[in-house]
Design a protein around this ligand. Structure first.
Ligand SMILES: [Zn+2]
Length: 353
């Protein structure tokens, strides 16, 4: 809907953008020949870093330089672990990212946990919580909203006075990454025990518990409460919120088995806040899109790793007064994503700052 036409400076019938940002998912770099995945899809390992380089070159050259990039997870492939190349491959990709003229916010996917432990990631360059903004009420470490000492990797920041981006950890509940003796692992097993699951069986899509698979995960109670708290703040302050995580959370926004374990709880949390505009995910390399009953846009980005030579999969999001324009490259479609129609209380003079 809408027409995704913009001029060279990003202006369009929607006005001039408040800011822009880049999105990219599932680079899955590995120094190995192209080949079929376990799902019989073609993976272009030798192309993935060339695709990333092209994305960075394009973002660096845009007339309105993106303020930041959301890297939606699975930055290197799990096969690096078997060849003991995890650290070298990560360093290679991060060296390339260092040529970007804007910061990258890194999200963690299942392939991060195939290569590294959660403790390792927390101390690595893939931990970008240093880019977070604290709200005034979070600066007091005794406050409930404080993000200190969290057992999950999630944070938020505000690139504009009326917009907030929230990075969530969809492997907070997971059998990947955490020590088996940890509280988080115990809570994850307890969640699975309360549901029907069998990691040895790949059930048909749509059957009970079809998505309760090892390569998916979810949000624990503490993270859901934290997310609810941040969104309550955004509602009160008339902010529009864009959320990003690795795993899709709406059954109609993906094509495969990729869906968060407790997607219903996550969806209900998002849908109970008028501030939420859009949720970006990766994980399902074929991509997907759905606008839910509350007007929230669910974008699943096509994966770089399954983009043949001569194509690509990334995008730049232009944040306008009336909606987001996703300008896709390669396999990613252009889309205009209007905001929900319940922001009339928003002070227009404030929004145009
Ligand atoms: Zn993934």
């Amino acid at each position: 809907m809408g027409e995704p036409q913009t001029d060279m400076r990003g202006s369009s019938s929607h006005g001039h953008p408040h800011f822009t940002f880049g999105v990219i998912a599932d680079i899955q770099y590995a120094d190995k020949p192209d080949g079929l995945s376990g799902w019989k899809t073609m993976r272009y390992y030798s192309q993935s870093c060339l695709h990333l380089q092209e994305a960075i070159t394009k973002w660096n050259a845009e007339d309105i330089r993106p303020t930041f990039v959301l890297q939606l997870g699975d930055i290197i492939d799990g096969c690096n672990k078997r060849g003991e190349k995890s650290e070298a491959s990560l360093e290679m990709v991060l060296t390339m990212i260092n040529t970007a003229k804007m910061p990258f916010h890194h999200i963690w996917g299942n392939h991060e946990f195939y290569n590294f432990t959660r403790d390792y990631l927390m101390d690595s360059k893939l931990n970008t919580t240093w880019l977070e903004d604290r709200r005034q009420d979070e600066l007091d470490p005794r406050s409930e909203g404080s993000s200190d000492n969290k057992d999950y990797y999630a944070y938020h920041f505000s690139p504009h006075s009326k917009f907030r981006i929230i990075v969530i950890d969809t492997y907070d509940l997971s059998v990947l990454g955490r020590k088996e003796t940890s509280d988080g692992h115990r809570k994850s097993l307890a969640f699975l025990d309360s549901s029907q699951y069998d990691f040895n069986v790949v059930p048909p899509v749509g059957t009970q518990g079809f998505h309760l698979l090892e390569f998916n995960g979810g949000l624990g109670k503490e993270q859901l409460a934290w997310l609810d708290d941040v969104l309550t703040y955004s509602d009160k302050n008339g902010e529009r919120v864009i959320i990003a995580g690795h795993i899709p959370i709406h059954p109609k926004a993906k094509r495969s088995l990729c869906l968060a374990w407790n997607y219903g709880e996550i969806l209900r949390t998002l849908q109970s806040h008028e501030s939420v505009v859009c949720y970006f995910a990766g994980h399902d390399h074929s991509g997907g899109y759905y606008r839910d009953s509350h007007g929230i846009h669910h974008i699943t980005m096509e994966g770089v790793i399954e983009s043949p030579p001569g194509t690509n999969a990334f995008g730049t999001v232009f944040v306008y007064e009336d909606g987001l324009l996703l300008r896709g490259r390669g396999r990613v479609k252009d889309r205009f994503l209007p905001y929900q129609g319940k922001k009339e209380h928003c002070d227009v003079s404030m929004c145009q700052k």
